[in-house]
Design a protein around this ligand. Sequence first.
Ligand code: SF4
Ligand code: SF4
Length: 69
Amino acid sequence: MKRVVFNEERCKSCELCINACPKKILQISKDKMNNKGYRPAEITDNEKCIGCAFCATICPDAAIKIEEV
Ligand code: SF4
Ligand code: SF4
């Protein structure tokens, strides 16, 4: 199984990953804020992730990694 891991401190809330996700399971956090003052992207439903890595590939700040668990 694959898992999406965010480096929240790198995220700049650009939303590219959210738009790229075919399963529509990414969102901008409503309650978190990183040290740069951005609300980081997060996954809403890990179970639905197909591990396609579109999100990780499109992120300009290399804030997303796909891990095998
Ligand atoms: S790996 Fe694919 S399905 Fe999973 S969150 Fe990223 S874009 Fe969405
Ligand atoms: S593409 Fe990267 S920088 Fe942009 S919202 Fe997603 S995780 Fe954050």
